[in-house]
Design a protein around this ligand. Sequence first.
Ligand code: SF4
Ligand SMILES: [Zn+2]
Length: 430
Amino acid sequence: MIMSAGLWAAFWSAAKAMAAACLFAAPLMAQFDYSTWQKNDISPSRLKTWMDCPRKYFYNYVQHLPKPGRDFFISGNVFDEIAMEMFREDTSQDIEPIVDLAGDVMRERLDYNSEWYKKNLIRGRDATFSDLRKLNGAVMSMVEREKAVLDFRTWTRGFLTAWQNGEDFLGNKLSMLPIVDTQVECIWPIQIEGQTVRIHGYADMLHEDGSVTDLKMASDWHTSIWTAGRIMSEMQWVPYSQALNTNDFRYIVTHKHKTGYKEKRRAGQPTVETFEVTVYPTDVERFKDLVTQFVRSTDFLNGHEKGVFPAEPEYGGNALGWGGAPRKNICKNKDETGSICKQENSTTALNCTVCSGPLPNFNEYQLPQVNFCRKLCDFKDTCFKECFGGSFREAPDPRELTHGARTLDAKDTNDAMGYKEGLTDATNRI
Ligand code: SF4
Ligand SMILES: [Zn+2]
């Protein structure tokens, strides 16, 4: 959107006043204008979901199954809407007030009483505190929400500082070209079998030289970290560049680094990397083929009536979530005489088969109902039951058992897993 200087000044002072009063009853920035959306429009995220797994697409876009809220969706939104929008007007300005404001808006949106939360995070039901969940399925506690706000502030500050200095703290160059517009509507019509479908979305920045930038705030988790190779499976650069009549596209990625372990784990300074990509005719043809495949196999133009949506799980081996071999689940409990038990238990055991004492190295990824598919997916439970018979479930899930003196809670499982990424709520039924 383009704002006049006067409008901007009014907006800025209003926003600051709101920040001071901590009042965010109304959305700060204008929401996307969906009035220009047509029936046959396809967003890049719709395509991306289908690319990940047609069954995931079916649960999300056809059946509209409920799914939990994720704090990283909120932070991504605030990053685009607040931090980038406010800073770009004057990149020599003090960064801290923007960091404060972005943090406040994020905190507000994490609150289930907020209008934003009700409107954007949940669908078809009342908002509750427990809608917001971590990747392992546990409800995000108040402490964790506040921690997410602090982490977000650190990453936002790092991005804005890199923008201001022309490089990040490691010296990666960031040369932000002059911007003519932000949140630019991109509509790219494609003819498929005599019908028109439109790829429809919003590019973060259009520059004076006609090139386009999309901003990403991305996990540095090794399976999802951004490298140049990741661009090939991203869905924005081809349609947005075609819609805006350019072949020059770039992704500017703020890597959300973390430091420390367990409770001390928190955001570290982010690196900010620029990935330039030139759009070739082959890219455009490939993308059209992809959309054609999508339209045909999902029967998109006929309300998905005859679409096929196979589950395409991805098996990741018998490993920890981060890819290492499972740790041996060796009992370190002592008996009355002080000698250590040393019994080696299965990695899905929570309590020692010999002494019944608690074990530290429970590995959720070894549960068959979890590790049949390692994709990031909110519908694992439903998928496993519907598409795979759910028969592995006859194998007991140790998390559902209570052993003697030890009762499981979410923290136990988190600690035992030793990591937080890659799981979904559906896989964790504690
Ligand atoms: S669990 Fe895996 S196979 Fe099933 S819908 Fe999700 S991504 Fe697809
Ligand atoms: Zn033991």
